[in-house]
Design a binder for this molecule. Structure first.
Ligand code: ATP
Ligand code: MG
Length: 272
């Protein structure tokens, strides 16, 4: 496929130094130090409400830091930019008045890419996410999973050097999810953007990530562990190594989930 962007597809480094984020003067995340290397795939796990989406929104340029320094490719983040593509937790990010094809073409058309060239690129990415049969449909005519796949195509067509994905497969059925995970793994290996990926699914993180980062319960959540996953791709989750990594991650996250529930007074009946 011809590249439609003059940007190099290789990823850019994300660097967070002593980052704290507050809402209404209350700390959400505190003192976060994390570097995601150029072309690296990092998964972020943690209890609901700990601040994962907030941290990603900071990298996206949607929320400011209360303290610390955040850079992309060495440049301080001071707002959203074309170098970053965001796949949101919600599937409502598509324009409802545009078809799948038009939604995917939107980014290139904004950049002034010619009609034929952007149509061809859109067909490529729509095919990549398995939506060729639905290219002329509007978002309201798609299932939640199909909408999410359209959203992914709409981001990838811009060939961003950083892809931020907030539970992108959370709404998909198990089979579609498996296909999409394998596709993302393949696309990432081929084009090597830097990927920061939020998930609640520990197996998904082990399947995809170079490193898995866990967060503590909030408020004022911090990073808890950073675990490298040194398994070859495509990965075999049934291996003893994968199972051992799963057990460790699960234990650490369960502890933080218990902490969250205790703080909310919802811990009755939950085994320690
Ligand atoms: N715009 C906002 N204004 C005020 N508070 C917010 C805002 N966005 C998020 N919060 C609060 O910040 C905290 C972290 O929210 P966030 O959405 O980042 O959590 P999360 O880890 O992504 O949770 P989940 O796993 O459920 O998606 C929550 O207490 C939330 O209520
Ligand atoms: Mg979230």
């Amino acid at each position: 496929m011809a590249s439609i962007s003059s940007l190099p597809p290789a990823g850019a480094e994300i660097r967070l130094e002593k980052i704290s984020i507050e809402f209404g003067g209350l700390p959400v995340v505190s003192d976060i130090d994390l570097t995601v290397g150029a072309g690296e795939f990092v998964c972020l796990l943690g209890p609901s409400g700990c601040g994962k989406s907030t941290l990603m929104n900071l990298v996206a340029g949607f929320v400011p830091a209360a303290a610390g320094l955040a850079t992309i490719g060495g440049n301080p983040i001071d707002g959203p930019g074309r170098d970053r593509g965001v796949v949101f937790q919600s599937t409502e990010a598509l324009f409802p008045w545009l078809t799948v094809q038009e939604n995917v073409e939107y980014g290139p058309s904004m950049r002034g890419v010619g009609r034929a060239e952007r149509a061809e690129a859109a067909r490529h990415y729509i095919d990549l996410v398995g939506l060729s049969h639905a290219a002329s449909r509007f978002p309201a005519e798609l299932s939640g999973g199909m909408r999410q796949r359209a959203q992914i195509a709409r981001v990838l067509i811009n060939e961003p050097s950083v892809v931020l994905m907030d539970e992108p497969f959370g709404a998909l059925d198990a089979q579609t999810r498996e296909v999409m995970q394998a596709e993302l793994d393949r696309i990432w290996q081929a084009t090597r953007p830097t990927i920061l990926f939020i998930t609640h699914d520990i197996w998904e993180a082990i399947l995809l990530a170079d490193r898995v980062v866990t967060m503590t319960a909030g408020p004022g959540a911090r990073l808890k562990t950073i675990a490298p996953i040194a398994l070859p791709h495509p990965r075999e989750l049934a291996s003893p190594e994968a199972l051992e990594i799963y057990r460790e991650l699960r234990e650490g996250i369960a502890e933080e989930v218990r902490r969250t529930l205790q703080a909310q007074g919802l811990d009755r009946g939950i085994a320690a």
